[in-house]
Design a binder for this molecule. Structure first.
Ligand SMILES: NC(=O)c1ccc[n+]([C@@H]2O[C@H](COP(=O)([O-])OP(=O)(O)OC[C@H]3O[C@@H](n4cnc5c(N)ncnc54)[C@H](O)[C@@H]3O)[C@@H](O)[C@H]2O)c1
Length: 339
């Protein structure tokens, strides 16, 4: 077997930790050569647990190490721009978590840099690798439900992430709904042309400080003439609830459900099943498969299946939704396209 690709994970929080675990345990052509977290204790703890040979709190240590070919960026969204820019200029291949950047001008600058440096860069829209969403996509493309005419997305977190995360997340539309905006474009085979969004704080008053909301609804119109909606919530205290539906002219596809293990518990008081608790559980396979696909590209096979352009398109929809929520008006996307 040829030499393994030496990779580093930056940011070892709620998600970066799982990317590190996946590189160590499930990606056959990669090795986790280094990890980085600005919190040295976190870096040390994860390095010890996963037996990673090098850990640091300074991203520069990774950037200047020419033996490391891949950077997996899973630090807060507000840090993506700087790390992406430096990683591309240092000649690394990059996997970056969604959202690509915290604002659109940064995203467009990254597109320019990545193209100039000819850098491999994949964005972490993992739903595109989730077996249920993939099956839905294949059925739609096979014509099983006719022409897609309505998209519905539900993305509910069991609770709000910690306050520092919210502060650097870009807000509900940029952080959460962006998953539905991306998968909507993908499943509907059509671009979003306008959005009309609403939002409220129902449970977490601290969000007002960041002009954020914990519940939102975005109505979408597509260039094909189709329509849709995307609900996002931080208030699903019962579990992690990700569902979707595509209605076509000849049928409908439901995607996802709440069930965790495939068991039912029957007692006199009712019929129970356990509920998915969090994103690492719901998207275990998707997080593995997106990295496996990325490392194949780094090895020279194919091109990234979720590109910087996809990252920008989804961000444009998210920013239009945020503007619509703030102004109370429908926002056309054409006015926002910057490239
Ligand atoms: N695809 C998904 O399903 C999904 C799920 C969760 C988070 N995310 C994305 O992943 C990113 C991280 O989110 P999270 O929930 O893991 O955040 P988190 O706050 O749990 O963890 C972030 C970690 O990054 C570290 N960090 C901060 N600045 C850094 C820097 N410059 N270099 C290296 N490390 C740094 C922090 O100390 C922390 O340990 C965000 O962009 C978020 O949108 C994606």
């Amino acid at each position: 077997m040829s030499k393994k690709i030496r990779a580093a994970v930056l940011g070892l929080g709620r998600l970066g930790y799982w990317h590190a675990v996946n590189v160590v345990t499930r990606i056959r052509n990669a090795e986790l050569a280094a990890i980085c977290d600005v919190d040295m204790e976190t870096a040390k703890r994860v390095a010890t647990e996963l037996e990673v040979p090098f850990f640091t709190s300074d991203p520069e240590d990774i950037l200047k190490d020419d033996t490391i070919g891949v950077m997996i960026i899973a630090s807060p969204t507000s840090t993506h721009f700087d790390l992406l820019k430096k990683a591309s200029e240092a000649g690394k291949s990059i996997f970056v978590e969604k959202p690509l950047t915290i604002d659109l001008s940064e995203a467009n600058e990254i597109k320019r840099i990545i193209e100039y440096d000819n850098t491999i860069c994949q964005v972490g829209f993992m739903r595109r690798f989730d077996p249920a969403y993939v099956a839905a996509k294949n059925r739609i493309n096979a014509g099983d439900i006719g022409d897609p005419i309505y998209f519905r997305g539900i993305s509910r977190d069991p609770h709000s992430p910690h306050e520092a995360f919210i502060q650097h997340s870009g807000g509900m539309f940029v952080d959460v709904s962006i998953h539905d905006f991306d998968i909507a474009r993908y499943l509907m085979n059509s671009e979003v042309t306008s959005v009309h969004a609403h939002g409220r704080i129902l449970k977490y008053p601290f969000m007002e400080k960041y002009q954020d909301v914990d519940q939102s609804l975005t109505y979408l119109e597509f260039s094909s003439g189709a329509a849709g909606d995307a609900e996002a919530s931080r208030n699903a205290h019962y579990g992690y609830d990700i569902r979707g539906e595509v209605i076509g002219t000849e049928g409908s596809i439901f995607i996802g459900n709440l069930r965790n293990h495939d068991i039912q518990i029957l007692t006199k008081s009712g019929n129970l099943h356990d509920i998915l608790p969090d994103f690492p559980t719901r998207f275990t396979d998707a997080y593995h498969l997106e990295l496996a696909s990325f490392f194949q590209v780094v090895e020279g096979r194919g091109i990234p299946s979720v590109t910087v352009d996809d990252g920008i398109k989804a961000l444009e929809i998210a920013f239009a939704a945020r503007e619509s929520y703030q102004t109370g008006k429908k926002v056309e996307l054409n006015s926002l396209y910057l490239w």
